[in-house]
Design a protein around this ligand. Structure first.
Ligand SMILES: C[S@@+](CC[C@H](N)C(=O)[O-])C[C@H]1O[C@@H](n2cnc3c(N)ncnc32)[C@H](O)[C@@H]1O
Length: 217
């Protein structure tokens, strides 16, 4: 079994991220798996709690699947920042955003470590994250996300679930699916869950992920 990659600690992020090497494979997988459409349907049924001018951060934007879905769903002007450790993944995300940004929302890209976010405490109204906490110690990851969210602000987290497809993705992308009870307990430590969404069974995203919206109280 491929070794799990811990991408960072609070004080040290790996030079030349793992994703700088596998970004092409990752991008190809995400072009064909229909996640974008599933996210669109989810956001249509569950509009994000945003307001004009609010600050939104996507932590671990990768090649931009969730970033593009955010841009498609956000109907009010917001301040959107997309962060990732991998410079080459972000370059791909940037390229896609330049071509597919229906409302012309400005997106600020920042290279950084999700365990040591280069932002002040309580500086975002919404943080979205997908597929990143699986590379990190769970409590440290949640604690850092909670730090940058304003009181009353929200976290949108798409945790991976232990399924056969997730086990395959664990090997392919060298990540670690955290036990669901630990994800729930850690979410509850920092947030109050507003909704937990299960994607329809026929959508590939449902074979490894769900979506949790939680509020920092
Ligand atoms: C599985 S991909 C998910 C990408 C994107 N969120 C999506 O849903 O398609 C994981 C991403 O997390 C990024 N990542 C991993 N560890 C990170 C860290 N410590 N800080 C910031 N980004 C990190 C990787 O570079 C990669 O782009």
């Amino acid at each position: 079994m491929a070794e799990y990659v811990l991408t960072a600690t609070k004080n040290h992020a790996r030079a030349g991220s793992f994703y700088d090497r596998i970004e092409g494979l990752y991008d190809l997988t995400f072009k064909v798996n229909g996640y974008g459409r599933s996210l669109d349907q989810y956001f249509e049924a569950h509009p994000l709690p945003v307001f004009p001018g609010c600050s939104v951060l996507e932590t671990g934007c990768g090649t931009g699947t969730l970033t593009l879905a955010l841009l498609r769903t956000l109907k009010v002007p917001v301040k959107l920042t997309a962060l990732d450790l991998s410079a080459s993944s972000m370059a791909t995300a940037k390229k896609y955003v330049e071509k597919n940004n229906p409302s012309g929302q400005p997106v600020r890209f920042a290279q950084g470590n999700a365990l040591a976010l280069p932002f002040a405490d309580e500086s975002f109204d919404l943080v979205a994250t997908s597929g990143v906490l699986e590379y990190l110690p769970l409590d440290e990851g949640f604690s850092e996300l909670a730090r940058v969210i304003a009181p009353g602000g929200y976290l949108l987290h798409l945790p991976m679930r232990p399924t056969p497809v997730a086990a395959f993705l664990e090997m392919l992308f060298r990540l670690k699916v955290h036990p669901p009870h630990l994800v729930s307990e850690t979410t509850d430590k920092y947030f109050q869950v507003v909704s937990h969404y299960r994607f329809p069974k026929f959508q590939p995203i449902s074979w490894s992920k769900s979506a949790v919206l939680a509020q920092k109280v």
